[in-house]
Design a protein around this ligand. Structure first.
Ligand SMILES: [Zn+2]
Length: 253
């Protein structure tokens, strides 16, 4: 076949969500990867589960005639293998893969259905210290979940890890993915401030929400002959945004 069009140049630009440079194949591409697309859609859903995800889970529940137990009596928690966990995570977890998680615990209904699943990594995370600190890396519930299935499961999974000598558990919530850490707070984790690169982003007039490359940092306000404060920028029609920061949660066992 003869190619009659001119090939588009691959352009290098930075991802709206994570900021890393990537080679865009499409002229209007602004996200580097699938996980950044997920984060963007959750961000735009304002912290709520997005419509598509709710539709998907409801449809699965209907299709498989799943109903959630009213009490936790008869439910049990067991450690499961990666092979068992992976398809459930792929189906119900936002990030869609098991990532660095290596130990999985599942809560089962009395009928034997998985109602919630969590994945931990012991030594493949930033604060790894030879098995003393575990990171709660993945978690999801299914349509068969009791209202408190997630916190019930996490409590029991942490007890199991404690018996093996784990002394601390950490987890991250990502406001850019609409996460507020509600479940971690409910499970007795405390939020720990993480070192922050930049707190604010200054958006000039008529620059759209995803065009971060056209925004300035605080320092940028004092360049090119400008010496603006935030108020000066606001007066000139700019928007001052707080940059969403990931929050680290910790709990000592
Ligand atoms: Zn990205």
């Amino acid at each position: 076949m003869v190619r009659t069009y001119r090939p588009q140049p691959l352009t290098s630009r930075s991802c709206t969500i994570c900021g890393s440079r990537f080679r865009a194949k499409r002229q209007d591409a602004r996200l580097c990867s699938q996980s950044c697309r997920h984060r963007a859609s959750r961000y735009q859903a304002g912290g709520r589960v997005c419509h598509q995800h709710r539709v998907k889970v409801a449809a699965l529940a209907e299709l498989e005639q799943i109903s959630a137990p009213v009490t936790l009596a008869g439910c049990k928690v067991e450690e499961v293998s990666r092979a068992v966990a992976a398809p459930i995570i792929a189906r119900y977890e936002w990030l869609g893969d098991v990532g660095m998680a290596e130990r999985f615990f599942a809560a089962f209904t009395p009928a034997g259905e998985v109602m919630a699943l969590v994945g931990f990594t012991l030594d493949r995370h930033r604060l790894a210290d030879g098995g003393q600190t575990a990171c709660l890396a993945r978690g999801c519930t299914t349509p068969a979940a009791h209202r408190h299935a997630a916190s019930w499961l996490i409590g029991r999974a942490l007890r199991a890890l404690r018996k093996e000598g784990v002394r601390r558990v950490i987890a991250y919530s990502d406001p850019l993915a609409g996460e507020r850490g509600v479940i971690y707070a409910a499970c007795g984790f405390r939020a720990v401030p993480v070192k922050v690169k930049a707190l604010y982003r200054l958006r000039p007039p008529r620059v759209r929400w995803y065009e971060h490359h056209r925004c300035l940092s605080d320092r940028g306000l004092r360049r090119q002959g400008r010496d603006w404060s935030h108020d000066d920028a606001r007066a000139a029609g700019w928007t001052v945004e707080r940059i969403p920061q990931r929050v680290r949660w910790e709990r000592d066992l």
